[in-house]
Design a protein around this ligand. Sequence first.
Ligand code: FE2
Length: 146
Amino acid sequence: MADVLQDYRYLAEDQRLGVASMDDTHEEFLSLYEHLRQADNAAFPQLFRLMCEHTRAHFAAEEALMKATDFPALAEHTADHMRVLGELDRFLSRAQGGRQQLARAWINEQLPEWFRAHLLNMDSALAAHIVGREKPRHVHLRLLRD
Ligand SMILES: [Fe+2]
């Protein structure tokens, strides 16, 4: 289990968002993803279930961050999470029912594309919002004086 989540070598430098909790979770997601992609038929359903559980917790953590920081695009971001969780649940049922082919195709082709696009658009916007809020107030005061 620990290796599945802690390979820590898949998140590219330009995928790091500068919010440690998000970067760590994305690193775990990609590590788990690589193990799932390479899993044999016997290990695949269990790893797929772990991917679903991890992703549910990953999204819940981001949604908690959005609420705590009054992120304006909360609804849109959460809707994208819900859509992917729906797909994960659908393909998990197939994989658990012994039908892995479509689940593997989705994992290989769709999920990486989704992750890249979601990270670039929605997660990076959330990270910028969080980092922006952490700026000290005097920065704004100085700007007002200029
Ligand atoms: Fe997200």
